[in-house]
Design a protein around this ligand. Structure first.
Ligand SMILES: C[C@](O)(C(=O)O)[C@H](CC(=O)O)C(=O)O
Ligand SMILES: [Mg+2]
Length: 299
């Protein structure tokens, strides 16, 4: 009932433990708090919270328009709904290295398990688009050192994302990845890797876990979990996928309403009221107030 029962510090401790096992952890992107519950119900390992989705949800492009307050607020709403660890996209850290420190403390307080900070310049853009720019090494490393130094819970996972691959090529990206790991990053997120061999190159270069971004319609082929596990990837995210699926379904429903005037033909595709209520844990509220759940729902 209400929010998940596991305290954030415990979620972080368990996340660290699983990360240390070296298995592949699967983190689909939750586009709202309710979808985080579904991700947990379906047996995934964690919940990803995408900057692109937070922006899109507000009707905005992913170009650094959202603020720390908005991102931390939404991330808190999502993270508290699940016992799984949640990691959030903190873009470039919302400012200078000092701002990165504040960002990390806010995200810790919001109950996140970890966050990724990238090495793009401001204004940033989607890592799978052309025309990105990255900051120099010194600035990139300062962002990560600042993140590592500012966390109060040593189990909060600092993920360093490098966008260098799409700008200066694989060798430069591998070099940046090594330095980010040396600066204290717990996980390396090499953005826009084109092939499995590129993931392997990063894997071979660093001792820390690595994260793969399986976003659709981007620069990476869509590898299976098994393929990614085989090359030693430790976390896989599908950041925008559930939003894309839901918006695709919403578009088709609106077309049907236009064409047929009713959604009767699509009832089978909908989450049933009974399944929604189950996910919301309606019955548990009854323990508090028996007038809340005193009805039955026809299937
Ligand atoms: C992972 C990402 O940073 C996000 O905000 O979800 C995006 C995803 C996308 O736009 O497809 C990214 O830059 O890869
Ligand atoms: Mg992003």
């Amino acid at each position: 009932m209400l929010y998940a029962q596991t305290p954030a510090s415990e979620k972080r401790r368990l996340f660290r433990e699983r990360l240390a096992d070296g298995e592949l952890l699967r983190f689909p992107g939750a586009f709202n708090p309710l979808s985080a519950r579904l991700i947990e119900r379906k047996g995934f390992d964690g919940v990803y919270i995408s900057g692109a989705v937070i922006a899109a949800d507000l009707g905005l492009p992913d170009i650094g328009l959202t603020t720390l307050t908005e991102v931390a607020g939404r991330a808190r709403q999502i993270a508290r709904m699940t016992d799984l660890p949640a990691i959030v996209d903190a873009d470039t850290g919302f400012g200078e290295p000092m701002n990165v420190a504040r960002t990390i403390q806010e995200l810790e307080d919001a109950g996140l398990g970890g966050a990724h900070i990238e090495d793009q310049v401001n204004p940033k853009r989607c890592g799978h688009l052309d025309g990105k720019q990255v900051v120099d090494e010194d600035t990139a490393l300062k962002r990560i050192r600042s993140a590592v130094q500012s966390r109060r819970d040593p189990n909060f996972v600092v993920i360093a994302r490098t966008d260098v691959r799409g700008v200066d090529g694989l060798d430069a990206a591998v070099d940046r990845a090594k330095k980010l790991a040396d600066a204290g990053a717990d996980v390396i997120f090499p953005e826009a890797m084109a092939t499995l061999a590129e993931f392997e190159a990063v894997r071979a270069a660093v001792d820390v876990p690595i994260l793969a971004n399986m976003t659709e319609f981007g620069k990476s082929e869509l590898f299976t979990s098994e393929q990614l596990a085989d090359v030693g990837v430790n976390i896989v995210i599908w950041p925008v996928s559930l939003l894309r699926m839901a918006m695709g379904a919403a578009g088709r429903a609106l077309d049907t309403l236009n064409d047929e005037g009713a959604l009767t033909a699509r009832l089978d595709e909908m989450q049933h009221r009974a399944d929604l209520y189950d996910l919301l844990d309606y019955p548990a509220y009854n323990a508090f107030d028996s007038s809340v759940f005193n009805f039955t729902i026809a299937r």
